[in-house]
Design a protein around this ligand. Structure first.
Ligand code: TRP
Ligand code: SF4
Length: 405
């Protein structure tokens, strides 16, 4: 188990620039990000290079889509003073790490990523037999590893990419974390912590390595994290030394599975632009109301007097997201007895969605009106991300013998 726990506080996630976001994104991803930004150091980025891996023939819309998406993040409440927001292509170090990782990544690992064949099948109209498309999960690995992120919030479909990232990191550390004089250097680093800490470190290390004592491991990690006056490389050596391996340069991240959102589309399928069943975060109240009033219900309720079954109705799924148990009871009872009409049944949802969207749209209008503000949020975020990325690349170049002395 190779990890560097002081980095576990860092969260990174990216989204392809798809333009304006909808309620599916809000309930599935953004609400999760909103919570994370208070607990962790978060980096959220626009994966514009990832968009090019499929959309290379039609890239013209990417910049506007990116901007609209970032405005929706901000409107949803992502706070640029708690989270770093940036654009992938403006941190070119991602590309350098991608290239360097490609040197050690077996082709089979990429060919075996399930999304590779799946997406090629699904997106038959595009020619995805490209180098970029095959390498895209490795680009994602570079995105993650360059920030030494400990946790990566992703949906089910992306778990395999985080798994690949862990394998690549392990291989990297195995190949490049082995210095000939590793033990000597680790011992020297240990001494720099002072006599008392060095002794404590030895004792904890022994307890972990001899008895597998997890608590000792945690305490030792905390001890290392608390060391203000040792260098980053020394700290990495000691993390590796503690766990019995070489130096850990790229820590293995963990996937933070985002539970599938219960938010259905207007037709009861998954909410997705390609199904044309979305409510966008910036649809006007009149549009929202119209979309909900015209959304399908249990087909058995042809006339107002026909009883229905909420289990066969997408409106009921909306009630799962938006209503409390007393409303649930009212729906169940009223639907099955034809006591309420469908429009009546939908009204609490109309009210709830409008109430949810009002503050989001208010903020979206503010950001829309201040393009310079959005630009400077991204400029600052890109700078901050780049500082971290540059630091990692220094270590990576050193480890891969790309630096002349
Ligand atoms: N591949 C992700 C998607 O298509 C987006 C993404 C790119 C990402 N790099 C990432 C997500 C790094 C998490 C971490 O949705
Ligand atoms: Fe659906 Fe409500 Fe109409 Fe029943 S009453 S069919 S749950 S909209």
């Amino acid at each position: 188990m190779a990890s560097v726990s002081n980095q576990h506080a860092r969260v990174l996630s990216g989204m392809r620039p798809t333009g304006r976001l909808h309620l599916g994104h809000y309930h599935g991803v953004l609400k999760n990000w909103l919570e994370l930004q208070h607990e962790y150091e978060c980096f959220f980025f626009v994966a514009d290079w990832h968009a090019l891996t499929t959309q290379y023939e039609d890239p013209a819309g990417i910049p506007d889509s990116a901007r609209d998406m970032v405005i929706d993040w901000l409107a949803a409440g992502i706070n640029p003073s708690s989270a770093t927001l940036f654009v992938q292509s403006r941190v070119p170090e991602h590309a350098e790490l991608h290239l360097l990782l490609s040197m050690i990544t077996p082709l089979g690992w990429l060919e075996r990523v399930p999304t590779y064949k799946d997406q090629q099948e699904k997106l038959k109209e595009m020619d995805l037999s490209t180098y970029g498309f095959l390498g895209y999960p490795l680009l994602q690995s570079a995105d993650i590893l360059i920030y030494k992120a400990g946790q990566v919030p992703v949906g089910e479909d992306q778990i395999a990419h985080v798994e690949l990232t862990r394998e690549v990191a392990r291989r990297f550390n195995h190949i490049f974390g082995r210095e000939p004089d590793f033990e000597v250097k680790a011992e020297e680093a240990k001494k720099k912590m002072g006599k008392k800490n060095a002794k404590l470190f030895d004792e904890l290390r022994r307890r972990y390595q001899e008895q597998g004592d997890q608590e000792a491991l945690e305490v030792a990690r905390a001890l290392l994290e608390g060391q203000g006056n040792i260098t980053l490389s020394d700290r990495e050596r000691l993390f590796g030394y503690l766990e019995g391996g070489g130096r850990i340069i790229l820590p293995e991240p963990q996937a933070l599975l985002t539970k599938a959102s219960k938010m259905p589309g207007l037709d009861g399928q998954k909410m997705s632009k390609s199904y044309n069943n979305t409510i966008s975060l910036r649809d006007s109240p009149a549009e929202v109301e119209k979309a909900l009033r015209t959304m399908p219900t249990d087909p058995a309720r042809v006339r107002r007097t026909d009883p229905g079954d909420p289990d066969k109705c997408p409106v009921w799924q909306f009630h799962q997201v938006y209503s409390d148990s007393s409303v649930h009871e009212w729906v169940q009872q009223g639907c099955r007895s034809a006591g309420i009409g469908c429009l009546e049944c939908k009204q609490p949802i109309v009210d709830a969605v409008l109430a949810e969207l009002a503050p989001i749209q208010e903020r979206a209008r503010e950001y829309e009106a201040q393009p310079d503000l959005v630009r400077s949020i991204l400029n600052e975020g890109c700078e901050k991300a780049r500082d971290v990325a540059r630091e990692t690349m220094e270590e990576v170049r050193h480890a891969m013998s790309l630096v002349m002395s």
